[in-house]
Write a protein that binds this ligand. Structure first.
Ligand code: PMP
Length: 427
């Protein structure tokens, strides 16, 4: 059954559409932290559809809100008022930390980043953008133009002039041997040097922790140090919180808050988890930046009542159940457990992460070389054992990614870690 669907998929969808597993899995339903495939196999979900299932699969509160709204009206357009959209915007504006914030809803992270680029380039009258090496920001023409991870950037053509900065990845590259403050100093020097050769940069866009890039871990304070330099040049700071937002990192609601002295960003983009699977993305910006466009703009489906109802119900659940606190507690235990499991494994170079966002970087034993074959094999073995995880990294995709729904229990964390341990022992 699954095989036939795979063949049909290949016959009609693009070859470049990334698919996991030699025998791709067809998920048919889910509940809590579990999903089931078309053959009836049950999996513990440690990837949540790349962090889209923020709270839990089939969370009754979200399902009910969606069904009720769909029963009334699914969509008209943002040409008319929509109560849910205004309410969700009010809550996100308040949570963003950005003063006098305005919110614009899109349908994806890509469209959110595209909009942020439109705003920043218009505001600064410049198409020069600073982006981080190894970054991922989406798949539109402008988003791939600021994506430093070349495994996900299929064209070198771009409407933007992009300059890539060091700092997103700490474990590899020329500054890997440096301690926190020296690393920050070196990255700041690199940024200053780059700016010495440019005229009028619009913005820096950065993921606080790179997601697709392999859950990297820049030291706290890096973006505060960058911010000082950016401010001197009048350059805007866009934080891409598509993976790091909504409390996933445990210590903070947004990833940028780990760099607190930076103060809030000028623009913040979000997507993925807020709709718990419904397509919501968006941009938050201070009013002056958001309102710099002097012509009309609209997203036909951005802010649709059904997705907004899902977002409101999901956000309410997240806050009422302190899922950020759960990410900190259960995520902390999980990372500790993964470190213990991996301590003696020569195939593991590093276990890193924050909250419920953990990465395990694999290498060829005895070397520093990436080991994408081992990562692929562990992914397969974990699936055999009943666990779905993700992978990422640079071109060589050798980092296992763990990012379960934020309601994960301690027992489920233990169960997943044990399956992962067995999977790691197969390579
Ligand atoms: N930014 C980041 C940090 C992402 O991880 C992603 C998706 N992986 C995107 C943007 C693009 O989001 P979408 O796939 O919803 O367009």
């Amino acid at each position: 059954m699954t095989r036939r669907l795979h063949d049909r998929h290949r016959a009609v969808l693009p070859d470049w559409l990334a698919l996991y597993y030699k025998q791709p899995v067809e998920i048919t339903h889910g509940e809590g932290r579990h999903v089931w495939d078309a053959d009836g196999n049950k999996y513990l979900d440690f990837f949540g559809g790349i962090l889209t299932t923020m709270t839990a699969h089939a969370l009754p509160e979200v399902t009910k809100a969606v069904a009720e709204q769909a029963g009334r009206i699914i969509h008209t357009s943002t040409l008319y008022l929509n109560r849910q959209m205004v309410e969700l915007a009010e809550r996100i504006a308040q949570l963003s930390g950005i003063p006098d914030a305005r919110v614009f809803f899109t349908t994806s992270g890509t469209e959110a980043n595209d909009t942020a680029l439109l705003l920043a380039t218009a505001y600064r009258n410049s198409n020069q953008i600073l982006a981080m090496r190894n970054s991922y920001h989406g798949r539109s023409f402008s988003a791939v133009g600021i994506t430093g991870n070349h495994a996900w950037s299929p064209t070198s053509l771009s409407p933007l002039q992009t300059l890539y900065v060091h700092g997103g990845v700490r474990s590899r590259g020329p500054y890997a041997h440096l301690g926190d403050s020296q690393f920050i100093e070196a990255c700041v020097a690199d940024l200053e040097d780059l700016l010495g050769h440019t005229r009028n940069v619009a913005a820096l866009i950065a993921e606080p922790i790179q997601g697709v890039g392999g859950f990297t871990s820049p030291p706290d304070g890096l973006y505060a140090a960058f911010r000082e330099v950016l401010d001197r040049h009048g350059i805007l700071w866009i934080t891409d919180e598509v993976q790091t937002g909504w409390g996933r990192t445990g210590d903070h609601f947004w990833g940028w808050q780990a760099h607190e002295r930076s103060g809030p960003p000028d623009l913040l983009t979000f997507a993925k988890g807020i709709g718990n699977g419904m397509s919501i993305g968006g941009v938050v910006a201070r009013a002056e930046v958001m309102n710099c466009l002097d012509s009309n703009s609209i997203s036909t489906f951005g802010g649709s009542p059904v997705t907004m109802a899902a977002g409101l119900a999901n956000l309410t659940y997240l806050l009422e159940h302190d899922l950020q606190g759960n990410a900190r507690r259960v995520g902390g235990l999980l990372i500790e457990r993964l470190r213990a499991i991996c301590a003696q494994l020569p195939v593991v170079r590093e276990v890193r992460g924050r909250g419920l966002m953990a990465g395990i970087e694999l290498v060829r034993p005895g070397t520093d070389e990436a080991n994408p074959e081992a990562a692929a094999a562990v992914l397969e073995a974990a699936r055999e054992g009943g666990l779905l995880i993700g992978k990422g990294g640079g071109h060589d995709t050798s980092v296992l990614r763990v990012a379960p729904p934020l309601t994960l229990t301690v027992a489920e964390a233990e169960e997943g870690a044990a399956i992962l341990e067995r999977a790691l022992h197969t390579v």
